[in-house]
Design a protein around this ligand. Structure first.
Ligand code: FAD
Length: 259
């Protein structure tokens, strides 16, 4: 299988750097082809801005959606964006690895998503009309591919428990899992989270890599998070709210997970 690791940490000798090297080695030893997008090493340009698009006349109005689509369709996107899109199409599974910074991904990785997920590629796909909202949330260009987050946090596991002060980890990661990964069609696996990184020493590192190795071995068999599909009948059209008879007791993020 082909695995792409999109990795965002500025220091190669960090815990994240070690875990990234561990993942490359483990996956390669298991016979998988592995590619890494090391965003800081690549000096990835984060801002989605007019300078990405050669077709925009100086001084003319920049529309991030329309101009992104125009460049995608015309094949005039910057080389760095087109290269990352090609890697995504190549991969059977994509691992996104990063330290939790301010309860989300580092800005460089968010910028990768904003620029690589062009209109017409990752969104704005399929029929859009008064009754149809395209192929998304379970359908789209990434359908059939798996995705998993590998995340480290300074906070303790209890801080991210269902009643923990930081909010439940499933809720914090929902915008990434559901909005960035399920949206273009990925099967989203439960995240691999390392907590309390300040206490990681050699013994803890050995335990973490043992667990991470097992998780990587199960990459193709572990059950994805059962996010509901937009176009499978659970949602009322065109409001796209859940049908009243489906999980009537649930609201918020959890309502969009079946079972
Ligand atoms: P490092 O600091 O590199 O390492 C952590 C420990 O692992 C160190 O003790 C190191 O010695 C040890 N280690 C590294 N490699 C090895 C190895 N090979 N073998 C054995 N031991 C090793 N945390 C939150 O919980 N929530 C937040 O919202 C949040 N926001 C943040 C925002 C910013 C801007 C920053 C800078 C930090 C934030 N943090 C937050 C903390 C952050 O999540 C952690 O600092 C990060 O996850 C640690 O990962 P690292 O790779 O940088 O670890």
């Amino acid at each position: 299988m082909k695995v792409l690791i999109v990795y965002a940490h500025p220091e190669a000798r960090s815990l994240n750097g070690s875990l990234k090297d561990f993942m490359v080695e483990r996956l390669s030893q298991s016979g998988h082809e592995v590619r890494v997008s090391d965003l800081y090493a690549m000096q990835w340009k984060a801002p989605l801005a007019a300078d990405d698009f050669a077709h925009i006349e100086p001084g003319s109005h920049f529309d991030p959606v329309i101009d992104s689509q125009r460049a995608f369709e015309a094949g005039t996107q910057p080389d760095d964006i087109a290269a990352e899109q090609a890697k995504l199409l190549w991969a059977d599974a994509v691992l996104f690895q990063f330290p939790l910074w301010w309860f989300s991904m580092p800005a460089i990785l968010k910028g990768w998503v904003e620029r690589v997920y062009a209109h017409g590629f990752a969104y704005g796909v399929g029929e859009h009309s008064d009754t149809r909202w395209g192929k998304r949330y379970g359908e789209g260009v990434m359908a059939g591919k798996r995705a998993m987050l590998v995340v480290t946090t300074g906070g303790w596991a209890s801080h991210y428990a269902p009643r923990g002060i930081n909010g439940p980890m499933d809720d914090l990661l929902f915008p990434i899992h559901h909005g960035i990964l399920h949206y273009p069609g990925f099967d989203v696996l439960p995240p691999f989270v390392v907590h309390r990184t300040g206490k990681v020493d050699a013994a803890a590192y050995a335990r973490i890599t043992a667990d991470l190795g097992q998780r990587l071995d199960a990459l193709w068999t572990i059950a994805p998070i059962p996010f509901r599909q937009q176009n499978a009948g659970d949602y009322e059209i065109p409001a796209l709210t859940l049908r009243p008879d489906i999980a009537p007791e649930r609201t918020g993020f959890a309502a969009h997970v079946a079972g």
